[in-house]
Design a protein. Structure first.
Length: 405
């Protein structure tokens, strides 16, 4: 059946018992298919490479009107005249995965295999709560930088999390390039500027350390908290270790002879953590539980402690520092070392930093070498001239010792 396709004509057609076609008299190959289910579907019929092909434009109604469908048919015929096959292109587009599809594969094939459990959990949280709900429906070849930037801008009130989302998306796109899902050098994240993040390290004064120690001791005397929780907090303060390193620590990793924790694994891989006398004494007096290899014993038989947040909140409240984070204890350890004049490379080794830039944040606490040198010289001269220093701390300045200059 042929006629000029119009809305009035389409609406007047009765529902057929079998598929029926109405072909337009104005645009070659443009038509409407009427189905027994009552659907009216615009389509284009054309030949490509000697084969008769049909391309579905869309269903009659919103958004397709006869005029809009006819214009689309004309556009498609232009592509056919150039040797292209619209139906094949459409099929290829349908085969392109979405961000949600790729994210699932990325987590299964890459993250779960190459990252640590904590990273796996954090990536899953960002994907499930933010990335997939906002961007998951887009095909990987269709998602634009502007759409990603819009998501980033919508998270201005949580800049730290916004930056983590952008970083994860960048990692995802780099992985897509590495496995051939996207062409090389097409990562759309590269020009999105991250929010400025305030450094969150906390420096504890001697007074604050005293209050914290008293709060831990008071909690210990009350008997309301597991001694292993308190031991974990004390070890964090005394070693500068990460929470995960202490909670997963086993007795097999404690070397009392050489005074070191020999961790088989950590955020930066295998590492050694030197132990000071207070830390060694704490470990030596901590009871071991039979059939449990862990130092910080949990409530479940044979397992390590999983979470100390509840006890930590109570202790920091009692110490009058309600915003102090567990990770701040690591920063406090490093800042004390820097303020005592220890070099940044030494502090970096103590903390297990693999990049010197990571330790650089403590540079402002460390003495300038020239200031330290002039202070030592000045103290020596002052002590020598006033005669107030112990004789074994003073090197007499005699002509025999003078080197001139």
């Amino acid at each position: 059946m042929q006629a000029k396709i119009s809305k009035r004509l389409i609406d007047s057609m009765a529902t057929p018992e079998a598929d029926t076609f109405l072909w337009d008299t104005e645009t070659k190959g443009f038509g409407v298919k009427f189905t027994p289910a009552g659907k009216r579907i615009y389509l284009l019929q054309y030949r490509h490479a000697g084969r008769l092909r049909r391309y579905t434009i869309g269903q009659h109604g919103s958004p397709w009107t006869p005029d809009q469908a006819r214009q689309e048919a004309v556009r498609l015929l232009g592509a056919v005249s150039e040797g292209k096959d619209p139906a094949e292109s459409k099929a290829a587009e349908k085969s392109v995965p979405t961000i949600a599809d790729v994210a699932e594969r990325f987590q299964r094939e890459h993250v779960a295999v190459k990252n640590k459990p904590r990273t796996v959990t954090e990536y899953r949280r960002l994907f499930d709560r933010i990335i997939i709900p906002q961007l998951g429906k887009y095909r990987v070849d269709a998602l634009q930088r502007s759409q990603i930037a819009k998501l980033h801008n919508s998270m201005q009130k949580t800049p730290y999390q916004a930056n983590r989302v952008i970083e994860l998306l960048s990692i995802l796109y780099n992985w897509m390039e590495s496995v051939g899902i996207r062409p090389d050098h097409t990562n759309p994240i590269v020009h999105i500027k991250q929010y400025r993040e305030e450094k969150r390290e906390r420096i504890l004064s001697d007074d604050e350390l005293l209050r914290l120690g008293q709060a831990i001791a008071d909690t210990e005397r009350s008997g309301t908290t597991s001694p292993y929780v308190l031991a974990a907090i004390r070890l964090l303060i005394l070693t500068g270790a990460r929470l995960s390193e202490i909670l997963t620590l086993t007795w097999g990793e404690v070397d009392f002879q050489y005074g070191v924790l020999r961790l088989a694994d950590s955020k930066t891989g295998a590492k050694n953590i030197p132990l000071n006398p207070p830390a060694l004494e704490l470990l030596a007096t901590l009871p071991r539980i039979e059939d449990n290899p862990h130092v910080i014993v949990g409530k479940v038989s044979g397992h390590a402690m999983v979470n100390i947040n509840r006890a930590w909140r109570a202790i920091r409240e009692a110490a009058g520092m309600p915003t102090l984070r567990i990770h701040d204890l690591r920063h406090a350890y490093a800042s004390i070392g820097a303020s005592m004049g220890m070099s940044l490379p030494v502090i970096g080794k103590l903390l297990g930093h693999t990049q010197a830039a990571t330790t650089q944040r403590y540079a402002h606490l460390s003495d300038d070498p020239l200031k330290k040198a002039t202070r030592m010289i000045g103290e020596h001269i002052h002590a020598a001239m006033t005669g107030k220093a112990e004789s074994d701390n003073i090197i007499p300045l005699t002509p025999r010792q003078s080197t001139g200059g």
